[in-house]
Design a protein around this ligand. Structure first.
Ligand SMILES: [Mg+2]
Length: 163
């Protein structure tokens, strides 16, 4: 069996959803009577379409998950995770501005999972560069999190840990 990561970490903006929560949308958010998530102006807010399936897949594989975001819109980001029913997937949420190295050091301390056993999905190259230096397997997400990116990520992780 291919080795699996012991923690999968996801960025939020342009990884789980296609916008910057601090810029492109207008908190607070709410769920309207038709079940859609909307911002203060009534605009519909969506995830990348395969995100719930991706998180279900990781859960099925027994891989715990966490969120790591540098957004300054901490309340809005947490609210979206609740409204999209994603908060239940994450054992930890590290959401605050600053270098992502801090987010990962805290994740390591809180979960006890070594950096080498983590996989990280993020759309921003600078985060990939910073977090790679810790020894985390980092996957650069180009068009949002999808099942294809998940498969690529697990293959990359397995190759890095082969033999
Ligand atoms: Mg991002």
């Amino acid at each position: 069996m291919a080795p699996l990561p012991k923690l999968a970490v996801f960025d939020l903006d342009y990884t789980l959803w296609p916008f910057w929560v601090d810029t492109h949308v207008d908190p607070p958010f709410h769920k309207s009577s038709d079940g859609t998530v909307r911002d203060r102006q009534g605009r519909t807010i969506r995830l990348y379409p395969e995100v719930p399936e991706v998180l279900d897949r990781f859960r099925g594989l027994g891989v715990p998950m966490a969120a790591a975001s540098r957004t300054g819109e901490i309340e809005g980001a947490n609210q979206l995770l609740e409204l999209f029913d994603l908060a239940r997937y994450f054992v930890q949420r590290e959401i605050y501005p600053g270098s992502k190295v801090t987010h990962f050091e805290r994740l390591q301390q809180k979960t006890g999972v070594p950096f080498s056993q983590m996989i990280f999905f993020d759309d921003e190259k600078r985060n990939i560069v910073d977090v790679s230096k810790l020894g985390v397997t980092c996957i650069h997400v180009q068009n949002g999190m999808s099942l294809q990116v998940l498969t690529q990520g697990l293959e990359t992780f397995a190759k890095a840990h082969a033999g």
